[in-house]
Design a protein around this ligand. Structure first.
Ligand code: SAH
Length: 496
């Protein structure tokens, strides 16, 4: 199995420093499944190629396991194809480069270089299309050659084996990381090193790109060898961290901001030539006011109901929590989010560590997913779910509905979500696109109303809908709010 990495960066031999392997020498490394050899088929100032030749010992793989009962344990494609063994070898042999370190040429680590990687043979049952869907979103030009099953018998047709060449201007550590994660994703065969720790490895190596990859779900699923529970864990930790916190808010703000500008066309026709910074500041303030409007509308409803114990579900970085703490009438506040990073930011925003103990006792932050029953959510008067549902896959909403309305069962629930009809007002948003890349859906007013009404009926609540933000005569307001009130007279067992 051969992987080559080439560059035309000048002088190209700098690749030797980046990989920590001298172009003049052949080096061999012992691995527990065979050997890896590193050598340079070419090393000139103009072009330099490093080759990683993996010699997988198929016999050694089964030796000592006491279960080598079938021939295919000895005779298989493992020695000849790029598989998870290649990832292990990359981490072992090029670990420093993979981690983006180079003492001798530190500036090259952060430089985008013209790079090309060629994987001599990789199995891919998904074919060329799948190869492209994996690598093209990462900016690679992908060349693919599919091999015949047997060159002497072309009538037998094509094999699932490909030679793949990837070219891009990127950092070497990025290229190595993408190969490290995506080669095992292509290969459907059994992995020998899969374990719970793989979730952490995937999240660590995927940082900064996997969360944005359009195929991230499939990548996680394949990487984790189709283990549903691990995949779920990975996606729950991966997806939410990708966005919000600041990004989420600023996305919401950015689109709201544009809409609010548009709704004031006459005023805005001849704006005075304000300095750019001042204009940006003004915009920011306006957009913050719009997000505030959403939070304040929800808060007001719950305050008026006289709620004392409140939940902020999908609390993000704690914008609402901060307001809730300022209201003395809320005796206990619980913020929950699936993103650990969001909770850390919330903790910072609220200065939890410096908070006087009486105040500190009023608030609890918990890490959890709204799609799992959670006893910590029981016994509260009201729940806020602000711009959260659209981040969940629609089939999983069913679980969320039961978690909140059946098990947590607060008297009041306030849910807000974008109004998809309003998207036409956002000039920068292409038709059919969502406002945020992590949104799994965006509903029209009618869709939200249908969902809310069915939900209310099923769980014994009454619902009232209300627009949030500047209302347009045709498409309504940017955001919509459902206020659910529990029927007190009904016995829970009658309605669930
Ligand atoms: N309510 C906040 C944040 C909205 S962003 C505000 O209005 O400012 C959406 C938040 O929902 C993110 O913080 C995300 O991590 C969280 N989230 C998404 N899916 C979730 C789930 N299944 N369980 C818990 N939180 C979730």
């Amino acid at each position: 199995m051969l992987l080559t990495i080439s560059t035309t960066y000048q002088p190209a031999t700098e690749l030797g420093y980046l990989l920590h392997k001298n172009p003049a020498r052949l080096q061999t490394f012992d691995l527990n499944f065979g050997q890896a050899h590193v050598f340079y088929p070419e090393a000139t100032e103009q072009r330099c190629t490093a080759a990683l030749l993996l010699d997988v010992d198929a016999v050694q793989l089964v030796r000592g396991k006491g279960n080598a009962s079938s021939l295919d344990q000895y005779v298989n494609d493992r020695p000849y194809v790029a598989s998870s063994f290649l990832s292990v070898a990359l981490a072992d042999v090029f670990g420093t480069a993979l981690n983006g370190r180079c003492k001798q040429r530190p500036e090259l680590v952060t430089t985008s270089l013209p790079l090309q990687a060629q994987i001599a043979v990789v199995p891919c049952l998904g074919g060329e299309a799948w190869l492209r869907r994996l690598f093209e979103p990462l900016g690679y030009t992908v060349e693919v050659v599919q091999h015949l099953l047997d060159e002497l018998h072309p009538e037998w047709g094509l094999s699932p084996y490909f030679t793949v060449t990837l070219s891009a201007e990127c950092r070497l550590s990025e290229l190595l990381t993408h190969l490290y994660v995506l080669i095992p994703v292509l290969d459907n065969s059994k992995h020998y090193w899969i374990g719970d720790d793989e979730v952490n490895k995937l999240l660590m190596r995927g940082q900064g790109w996997l969360e944005k990859h359009p195929e991230r779900r499939r990548i996680a699923y394949n990487y984790l060898r189709h283990k549903q529970s691990l995949t779920r864990d990975a996606l729950e930790r991966l997806v939410p961290e990708e966005e919000q916190n600041d990004d989420e808010a600023s996305e919401i703000e950015a689109v709201d901001e544009q809409a609010s500008e548009e709704s004031k066309t006459t005023e805005a026709q001849f704006p005075p030539a304000a300095p750019v910074e001042a204009a940006q500041k003004q915009k920011k303030e306006k957009s913050v006011r719009l997000h505030e409007q959403r939070l304040l509308a929800a808060l007001e409803v719950v305050r008026q109901r006289g709620a004392k114990r409140v939940l902020d579900l999908g609390c993000g970085e704690g914008r609402l929590l901060k307001k809730l703490l300022q209201e003395k009438s809320f005796e206990h506040i619980l913020g929950l989010d699936v993103s650990y990073r969001a909770l850390e930011l919330a903790q910072k925003r609220l200065h939890l560590e410096r908070m006087p103990s009486r105040q500190r006792e009023r608030i609890t932050l918990v890490h959890g997913a709204l799609t799992y029953r959670d006893q910590r959510l029981e016994g509260y008067d009201a729940a806020f779910v602000i711009e959260v549902i659209e981040h969940m896959d629609q089939p999983r909403l069913r679980a969320f509905e039961r978690v909140l309305f059946e098990f947590a069962h607060p008297q009041t629930v306030v849910i807000t979500t974008p109004n998809a009809e309003y998207n036409v007002k956002y000039e920068t948003l292409d038709a059919g696109k969502f406002r945020h890349q992590d949104h799994r859906f965006e509903w029209t007013r009618a869709q939200f109303q249908d969902w809310s009404q069915q939900l209310a009926e099923r769980f014994g609540y009454q619902v009232q809908l209300s627009p949030i933000g500047p209302e347009d005569a045709e498409v309504g307001a940017p955001s919509q709010m459902g206020i659910f009130s529990r029927h007190e007279s009904l016995d829970r067992s009658e309605v669930v």
